[in-house]
Each structure stands twice: as structure tokens, then as C-alpha cells.
Design a protein. Structure first.
Length: 235
């Protein structure tokens, strides 16, 4: 089952506040009888990452408002607050916070991070430079700014040599690349997204094995071809 890790760096992540009990971020002062707006809670996870540098594990309980028509008994609603968990793996030495969870919740958490008093920086990868580092790719997504088609994918062997690949490269930007990566004597199916998300498409028995692979890919493929983006908005 595929599992994604978004690579972020933090300028502020007060892990001491999350050690003893769930800590609610963006507390809302509400009128009695009025439900609170979406909130976020962070707390120390019970599981540990065995013998992997100084990583610590956290759970982020993040809420988002979703637009949907529905009904509960006789009450009809047009939106509701959805709750999902994001796994956070934090390294004090590297000022690194790896976020693993449903994509739109991870992106929403990053977008709102500063208003939650968690100061994050994300990555923007030069996908053209990444392509040059890879001996081959097995899948690529292109995004297009103009025209009716906003995105298109190519899958197969040696697709970087095809006419379609060359045509799309002149019309759009690469947003995602899929490939195989050799590490510790094993070939791993990997997908990288331009926003700094690394997707592991293999199965792993330990979280520490996954994070070790993510760190290896970030170090050898991403770190020197990515731009650090500060999230300094409160929206």
C-alpha cells in the first residue's frame, strides 16, 4: 500500500507542549451553544521509532470543513467538519518534520501551520533536474496552465524517450515522477511530487525502514535541486 511522506522543515515546533496531553492549537472562543470552528490537536504518539537518529513520533488530529450535502436524522447539512490523523516524525537535529497522511489534510495543515503557531518550510523540487538524475522513469504526470486539459499522465518503460513525452515537456510542467530506486540491496518503487512529497509504493514492516528510505532519497535526489519555501501566511 502506497504511503506518502511530505518533507518539511520547521522554525518552530514546540514539542514540549505535546508530551503530556493533547494540545489544542488555534483555540476558538465560542459563544455558548455554538459549535467550535475546525481545530487541530497535537500529541506525542505512544509508538516509538526504534534506533533512528533522534526522531520522535507525534499524532496530529486535524479538522477541515468539507462541503457536502447530507442529512443526520431530520437535520440537513451542506457542510461538515471532517477529522483525520496525520503522523508527524520530528528530528530536532535536522529541524525536520515528516508528515504522513491523506494528502489534502497534510496540505491543509501546512497551509494553516503558522496560524497554528507551528512555523514550517516546505520544498519546491526542480522536476526537470530530478529527471536528469534518474536512469529511467516508469511514470510521469504533467500539469498544463493553458488549454482544456489540466493534467495528463504517461506510464510505461523508457517513456522519457517517447514522442508524447517530448511533446508534453514543451507544453507543460512535470508534477510527478515514478521510478525504481536501489537502496541497501533492494529495488524500491518510488514516486516524487514537486511539492516535496515522497511516496513509497512498496510494503515495509517498520516505520524506521520507511523513514530511513525517505531520508536517503531526500539526501541523494532532492536536497540539492529543491527550493525551501517559507509558509508565512495565516490563511
Amino acid at each position: 500500500m502506497a504511503k506518502s511522506y511530505k518533507v518539511t522543515f520547521y522554525q518552530k515546533f514546540d514539542k514540549g507542549a505535546y508530551d503530556l496531553a493533547p494540545f489544542t492549537l488555534n483555540r476558538q472562543y465560542t459563544i455558548e451553544g455554538v459549535p467550535p470552528l475546525p481545530q487541530t490537536k497535537i500529541f506525542k504518539a505512544r509508538d516509538s521509532i526504534v534506533q533512528l537518529l533522534d526522531f520522535e513520533s507525534f499524532l496530529i488530529e486535524h479538522e477541515m470543513e468539507e462541503t457536502a450535502w447530507g442529512r443526520v436524522d431530520n437535520s440537513v447539512f451542506q457542510s461538515y467538519i471532517r477529522k483525520e490523523f496525520i503522523r508527524g516524525y520530528q528530528s530536532e537535529t535536522n529541524k525536520l518534520l515528516l508528515l504522513s497522511g491523506k494528502k489534502k489534510f497534510v496540505l491543509d495543515f501546512c497551509k494553516k501551520a503558522k496560524s497554528l503557531d507551528v512555523h514550517l518550510q516546505t520544498l519546491k523540487i526542480d522536476m526537470g533536474a530530478l529527471l536528469l538524475k534518474l536512469p529511467h522513469v516508469k511514470g510521469v504526470w504533467f500539469s498544463f496552465k493553458n488549454g482544456l486539459i489540466r493534467a495528463s499522465a504517461l506510464m510505461g518503460a523508457n517513456i522519457e524517450t517517447t514522442t508524447d513525452f517530448k511533446k508534453f515537456s514543451t507544453q507543460g510542467d512535470i508534477s510527478t515522477l515514478s521510478f525504481h530506486y536501489d537502496f541497501v540491496g533492494t529495488t524500491h518503487p518510488i514516486m516524487i511530487v514537486s511539492d516535496g512529497t515522497i511516496v513509497l509504493q512498496g510494503n515495509y514492516s517498520q516505520i524506521s525502514d520507511e523513514i530511513e528510505l525517505v531520508l536517503e532519497i531526500n539526501k541523494n535526489l532532492i536536497s540539492d535541486i529543491s527550493e525551501i519555501i517559507s509558509l508565512d501566511t495565516n490563511t
